[in-house]
Design a protein around this ligand. Sequence first.
Ligand code: TTP
Ligand code: MG
Length: 376
Amino acid sequence: MSDSASPDDDGDDPAQGLRKIIHVDMDAFYASVEQRDDLALRGKPVAVGGDGPRGVLTTCSYEARKFGCRSAMPSATAKRLCPGLIFRRPRFDVYTGVSRQVRAIFFDYTPLVEPLSLDEAFLDVTEDLRGIGSATRIAELIRKRIREETGLTASAGVSYNKFLAKLASDQNKPDGLCLIRPGEGAQFVAAMPVRRFFGIGPRGAEKMAALGIETGADLAAHDIDFLRRHFGSQADYLYRAARGIDLRRVKANRARKSLGAERTFDKDISSGSALREVLERIIAITWERIAKAQAQGRTVTLKLKHADFTALTRARSLARPVATRDEFAAIGHALLDEVLPLAQPVRLMGLTLSQLDGEEEAIPQPARKTGQLPLF
Ligand code: TTP
Ligand code: MG
């Protein structure tokens, strides 16, 4: 679900032409959990999300995808495409539990695990903990254990870098595995539509299409100057990606950047008192998450989205972490007071705590072997 995130290039490993990387991604994650837990949903088109007028699908089962239903689609559109679509509310606590179970399985094979979201992660198994040696074999073992221990299916991509492993995990979904061997990357990428590249969102893909770039081969036909002119800081990443090269390391234990919650209203709100009431509920939810994660953060950010989707944010930072729920709530309300009265009604409000400290925990990197061809 993180395809819109811009991949950062920091921390390149210069020796990392060839690693053994697995990308694991659960199939129709939220919807599969709902089907697992309710027999009546098995084999049926299922959507997870609100079915109200403002609802959108977080995801839907593969049965629903046959009708054209997709993640992030308005529920009204999905119902039109698939009149028999069954809606379920998301149960994040259950998904988080499954995510923990799956991560525990990963850690049996390598400490180098980089989660991208609840349902996907990169694993560097160049030197796996069990001495198995074959990344493909490890991927199959992991998929089998996920099936046995959670009752759910996952797809895996195996390759020599992150970019290719992620493309590969999508290739044979659901319940599939795909291996891109050393030497096969450039060819695999050449045929691939650029919209499937990690870091290229729908808008990026549109921009490329306007430049006549539809596939990896089209992208590879342009030199670095052209890419810099049109894609700025993404140019180096794209230049390499088009050639199946990716130097980014798997970053274990990436520190969480923020914790928060937001609400989209059924009807736009413009009254200050109504907003204060909603803010109270958001504070309660956010603080519960903060307490559970034992997170400490110094910056509180309030976000409002207007009916026309323009956003308004206000932030306040302390010199030390926010200490108590009361302090957190007071800052939240002070930020809201700053933007009242509203110039136009809002459809969404969110509150986050960021600048989190105390979550980093160094994991030693394995010794790097250079010049050695990995066994896939
Ligand atoms: P994805 O891995 O993108 O999707 P998926 O697991 O549902 O389906 P696939 O088989 O194609 O991998 O996202 C994982 C979960 O994240 C998904 O089940 C629901 C959630 N999600 C959202 O809440 N909003 C979104 O826009 C997307 C894409 C996902
Ligand atoms: Mg998934």
